[in-house]
Design a binder for this molecule. Structure first.
Ligand SMILES: Nc1ncnc2c1ncn2[C@@H]1O[C@H](COP(=O)(O)OP(=O)(O)O)[C@@H](O)[C@H]1O
Ligand SMILES: [Mg+2]
Length: 241
């Protein structure tokens, strides 16, 4: 469904992504691991062009994204969940969730509110519709942020360290919701430092370092039979998987 070809990105003179190729099939759950600063977030942000790549191609459903119309289509089909939730603090939960689909004219306000309420009910946050983000726990905020992306009926969701900002006792409510979405057939790309979660959750794992994909394989192979020297060093520093 999505193909990335020779993606490169620099900030000023520093090249952060040095040519990344990745093909994502529908229903795949891809985990991305790698040391801090190696370009994982930049890569995710380039996939939906929140960050404009310097070169390379993003191809969605066999269509190269090369004009504004296709870019809008890409943004609609590819949702993103951030470490810091990125909810609007001055807006209630329901307004946060219904903003994008109503602004883009995908749904009218009634329709959007109905869908938002039903999604919130499913995750037992129905009583929080009129709350503001600051009145919610971290886990609740992240679940609201996930519901916000679901409103757009995305085909792919990018998660950038979705549980890193959470207290430990709130991680499970977020990963449980991610599991539910996975079971419904969603395609996902997840950057995380929770190695146990990546290992159990993802069908394929990619190890990035120095702006490149250094190794990729099944979760089992990456964690039990790493070949790349940098990956071996990375895993040797982590002991939670
Ligand atoms: N907007 C930006 N301007 C300048 N440098 C940036 C910007 N975003 C990221 N970088 C740099 O790019 C490198 C990769 O960052 P990032 O993609 O956030 O890594 P990761 O998510 O793997 O920790 C880092 O050196 C970071 O400082
Ligand atoms: Mg990052």
């Amino acid at each position: 469904m999505l193909e990335i070809k020779n993606l490169k990105k620099s900030f000023y003179k520093k090249q952060v992504l040095k040519g990344i190729d990745l093909k994502v099939e529908k229903g795949e759950i891809i985990g991305i691991i790698g040391p801090s600063g190696c370009g994982k977030s930049t890569f995710l942000r380039c996939i939906n062009m929140l960050e404009k790549p310097n070169s390379g191609q993003i191809i969605l459903d066999d269509d190269v994204i090369d004009d504004e119309k296709k870019l809008l289509n890409l943004r609609r089909k590819v949702g993103m969940v951030f470490q810091q939730f990125n909810l609007f603090k001055n807006m209630s939960v329901i307004d946060n969730i219904t903003l994008a689909p109503t602004l883009l004219g995908i749904m009218d306000k009634n329709e959007a509110e109905k869908k938002a309420k039903s999604l919130l009910k499913e995750i037992e946050l129905a009583d929080k519709v009129n709350f503001y983000p600051d009145e919610l726990s971290g886990g609740q905020k992240q679940r609201v942020a996930i519901v916000r992306t679901l409103m757009m009926n995305p085909e792919l969701i990018l998660f950038d360290e979705p549980t890193s900002a959470l207290d430990p006792e709130m991680i499970k409510e977020v990963t449980d919701l991610m599991r539910k979405i996975k079971n419904e057939g969603m395609t996902m790309i997840i950057v995380s430092h929770e190695m146990k979660f990546i290992r159990n959750f993802c069908s394929r794992v990619i190890f990035m370092d120095e702006g490149k994909i250094q190794e990729e394989g099944t979760a089992e192979d990456i964690f039990t039979k790493p070949k790349n020297k940098k990956l071996k060093t990375f895993l040797s520093k982590i002991n939670d998987y």
